[in-house]
Design a protein around this ligand. Sequence first.
Ligand SMILES: NC(=O)c1ccc[n+]([C@@H]2O[C@H](COP(=O)([O-])OP(=O)(O)OC[C@H]3O[C@@H](n4cnc5c(N)ncnc54)[C@H](O)[C@@H]3O)[C@@H](O)[C@H]2O)c1
Length: 254
Amino acid sequence: MANRLKNKIAIITGAARGIGAKSAELFAGEGAAVAIWDVNAERGKATAQQLQAAGGTAIFCPCDVTDSAQIENAVNRVVSELGTPNVLFNNAGIAVVGELEQISEADWDRQYAVNVKSIYLVSRAVIPLMRAAGGGAIINMASESAYVGFPMHPAYTSSKAAVVHLTRSMAVRYAEDNIRVNSLCPGTINTELYQEFLAKQPDPEAINKEIEAMHPLGIGEPEDIAWAAVYLASDESKYMTGAPMLVEGGILSL
Ligand SMILES: NC(=O)c1ccc[n+]([C@@H]2O[C@H](COP(=O)([O-])OP(=O)(O)OC[C@H]3O[C@@H](n4cnc5c(N)ncnc54)[C@H](O)[C@@H]3O)[C@@H](O)[C@H]2O)c1
């Protein structure tokens, strides 16, 4: 176990599986106490138990990040069981797939509720605690999609562009409180979310090859993003705020 996140108390939303779960594992391995927030209780509990079995400090808090009452309960649990959070990784996200004319109004609203509004709701609950404790680091999950106009999911791409800009606004506002706010922009990462996206395509194998070819380094793994999150959560990035951190396999250099 290393100590890059010693004395950090971290909330990671959407950490039952995928990039969030890998981040929880690496955060705990670097000495952070980790609160896993997710709607998926079965997987969330299992992830927390794995981290505990490996010698880490982790709890699972059931929480839908679009629900402010559930957020309040989850924050209270973190404070009473782990202490005041000084790292918040707003990672939870969903991907509504479908062109503009294909998706429903409810899908559009849900996309923005989970990917964007949740950052507002969770951050406004956590920032006062961070401020009182002397500062902290917030990481907002964006995507390469913030910069690439992928035609097959305009709701998703635009929601991630909103995350990048919301992050800038938060960074400028909260610098005086010693709270750094950065966004993380992964390329395509092989998670269950990506596999579910492929499964909805008429020819998943062909689309996978196409997406792989679009990235000079191919498709990434959850740890590629989780290590970047460790850096943004740690004091190693103490002069960095408002930045969209690109870990996108080179697609934006094309
Ligand atoms: N996989 C990729 O290619 C990729 C690329 C760029 C950005 N991202 C972003 O990274 C984040 C994680 O993606 P992933 O691939 O690990 O996805 P994933 O679906 O494997 O994991 C997302 C987790 O978020 C949880 N979640 C969903 N809605 C929630 C809600 N309302 N409240 C609480 N938890 C909720 C899910 O239960 C799940 O455990 C997302 O924000 C995603 O948009 C993913």
